[in-house]
Design a protein around this ligand. Structure first.
Ligand code: WTA
Length: 646
């Protein structure tokens, strides 16, 4: 572990919203008087009716219920747009930078208002209203933002599905929440490559009964099939609607969106976020963590298909009246300088990206970075997976020229916003540590028996209290919500992450301790990949684990047992990779497949993943006790044929 420490630069301590003394004072208040603290900070959003009931939650077994600001009434789109119009109607709300460097577009708050109202009216004309679910399967184009905000405006619940997911994955998500409308584009464009989004929707809808409408945004102009009854073009529908659309009055606890995410078991879960608490938390964390001041140009490189795109491209920044950059492309197209060129082109001050991108660009050397200026940059951020100290140091020294603090922000789809993070004017930095809890956040580290550990320790990370941005339930399955997050440690939210706390009280996230793997900052359940593999006619059994990968953080390692008589060929290996790719999406492609005549099982038939993980990590000498296996001999074969031998 790196123990290098970077102190808060003096100019940061004096200009930031919060210095160390203020952090300590605000944090103290947030945990000793949470009701008073959040009553005060709820005022950062505009309420149609201000809340008088602030916090009302219970993590008690069998009775988990989470409510914040429950008697308040507001509208999230109003907060992200309308309330800014007087002061900043002509300020740019969204800078859109296309995949092709010659394409960009600036959208002012006034224009955003008009576009979102039109979009909302199109939806209302199709009878989409409060509480209806809308699936959005769009590339990173401004219409993705219009679509989400239009839903929020009319009280519909959006479910954004990352455009890299397969038709089957899309179908599962459409059906789970019964969307009656799907919004997509003819094609997406990423790194110069076209993605057949409309064709994917057509394929998905063969498995979905309830979809009445498909709205199609023209992006590349490719010829696509249009169903006469079901499908319509956005640009045509937009011609016949007005730019005024009254906002729906939403209770704080009315749902804002569903976002599917992978867990350790079964199919992805629909994480449900509601309106009031989410918006207060997303906007507050965006302001304090990024020390966002009026006029700053802010860029988060995530995709709106992930929670980071929801909270830190859209809702947080726009609720704060920020200028937020939305990027359609990828870090290495047309060249490895693209990120830094975009920063120079739009004079970006705050830049927020993922360790996997940093590691990939670091491998390309310093030159693609150094040929750009980056003098506008003031602050750097990292999210999605643990950042290794080498990548942190490179980001700090080469990209930030030693002058930009790095905020390493730990959070999850479930948490709605950032929970553990430095504040740039307050927190000294240790490369690889997410440092300290945000206001109102009470982390606890527990041992497997459920004892709360004190002081310096390592264990499983739980949260002892609710915060306003917390997910409220798994859509349609509250029992699964309780089971997944509140059953491991009674009365606490269990994050699924391992964590160390050092002598300064700083937190170091060590990665998932459950069967979730984090591939290039994307969450993938090993169970999902396994069920895809065993659906192949030649596969009898499969077990999937993560292993350390230089660029992706973790790679996907699959042990596959074939049906009797099937030959373990190189060709079949490729076929299985392609199979999973097609079934779930490219992000789920196994990196390594090992054909295994048998898997290590206990006498009761349980696969011992601990052993499979060690073999995948190329640590065959630390397998531990294998005497409880039904057939200890299978291990020798697995070790001998391991795919990650160094
Ligand atoms: C991991 C992304 C270490 C963690 C916002 C978590 C991190 C999972 C960090 C959530 C970080 C996220 N340091 N690990 N700064 N940020 N993670 O739901 O394992 O896509 O549980 O949310 O990513 O991934 P999700």
């Amino acid at each position: 572990m790196s123990e290098k420490i970077y102190d808060v630069p003096a100019e940061w301590a004096s200009r930031a919203f919060v210095d160390d003394a203020k952090y300590r004072q605000m944090y103290e208040r947030s945990v000793t008087d949470p009701t008073g603290f959040w009553a005060e900070h709820a005022k950062r959003v505009d309420w149609i009716k201000a809340p008088t009931k602030i916090d009302n939650w219970s993590f008690a077994p069998g009775n988990v219920s989470i409510k914040w600001f429950e008697d308040g009434v507001l509208n999230a789109a109003y907060n992200c747009i309308d309330r800014h119009l007087d002061k900043r109607g002509d300020q740019v709300a969204i800078i859109w930078e296309g995949d092709d460097p010659s394409q960009s577009r600036s959208i002012t708050y006034r224009e955003l208002h008009d576009e979102v109202c039109k979009f909302a009216n199109i939806l209302r004309n199709r009878n989409v209203g409060k509480g209806d679910r809308v699936t959005i399967y769009l590339p990173m184009i401004p219409e993705a933002a219009f679509a989400m905000l239009a839903c929020a405006r009319i009280g519909a619940i959006h479910s954004v599905v990352f455009a890299g997911f397969s038709p089957d994955s899309l179908a599962g998500r459409i059906n789970d929440c019964n969307s009656k409308i799907v919004i997509t584009a003819d094609e997406g464009l990423r790194g110069g490559r076209k993605v057949p989004l409309k064709a994917n929707v057509d394929a998905a809808l063969k498995k979905c009964e309830g979809v009445d409408w498909v709205m199609v945004v023209k992006r590349t102009g490719a010829a696509v099939e249009m169903d006469d009854v079901r499908d319509f073009w956005y640009h045509e529908a937009a011609e016949v609607v007005t730019t005024e659309c009254p906002v729906e009055h939403m209770h704080a606890e009315d749902p804002l969106f569903i976002l599917y995410t992978s867990g350790s078991t079964g199919q992805p879960k629909g994480v449900l976020h509601t309106t009031g608490g989410y918006l207060v938390f997303a906007s507050m964390t965006h302001q304090y963590v990024f020390d966002y001041h009026d006029g700053d140009i802010y860029w988060c490189t995530a995709d709106v298909g992930w929670v980071t795109g929801h909270s830190y491209i859209l809702y947080g920044p726009l609720a704060n009246g920020a200028t937020t950059l939305m990027f359609e492309g990828v870090p290495n197209y047309p060249t490895n300088s693209r990120f830094w060129e975009v920063i120079d082109k739009h004079k970006v001050n705050i830049f927020y990206t993922a360790p996997t991108a940093i590691r990939a660009l670091m491998q390309a050397g310093d030159e693609p970075v150094k040929k750009t200026s980056r003098k506008s940059l003031r602050l750097l951020g990292s999210v999605g997976e643990p950042i290794n100290p080498e990548a942190w140091e490179w980001y700090h020294r080469v990209v930030g020229e030693d002058r930009c603090p790095i905020v390493d922000t730990w959070w999850q789809t479930e948490t709605g916003g950032i929970l553990i993070t430095p504040l740039p004017g307050a927190t000294k930095l240790k490369p690889g540590s997410a440092t300290r809890p945000f206001f109102g956040v009470v982390p606890e580290i527990l041992d497997p028996e459920g004892n709360v550990l004190e002081g310096e320790c390592t264990g499983n990370l739980c949260l002892a209290r609710s915060w306003p941005g917390q997910m409220r339930t798994v859509y349609g399955d509250h029992a699964r919500f309780e089971q997944t997050y509140f059953s491991a440690y009674k009365g606490k939210y269990f994050t699924g992450d391992g964590c160390r706390r050092d002598t300064d009280g700083f937190y170091w996230i060590t990665g998932r301790v459950d069967d979730v793997i984090n591939v290039s900052g994307h969450r993938m359940g090993t169970a999902e990949v396994e069920s895809s593999l065993v659906a192949h006619p030649k596969v009898s059994e499969a077990a999937v684990v993560g292993y350390p990968h230089d660029i992706k953080g973790q790679g996907i390692y699959a042990y596959v047992t074939l049906m009797a008589g099937e030959e373990p060929t190189e060709e079949l290996r490729k076929e299985l990779v392609a199979w999973v790719r097609k079934d779930i999406g490219p992000i789920a492609s196994p990196d390594l497949i090992q054909f295994a005549p048998g898997l290590p099982k206990t006498r009761s038939g349980k696969i011992m993943r601990r052993i499979l993980r060690k073999i995948a990590e190329d640590e065959p000498s630390s397998l531990g006790d294998t005497s409880t296996l039904a057939d200890p001999a299978v291990v020798d074969d697995l070790v001998e044929h391991r795919q990650n031998k160094h």
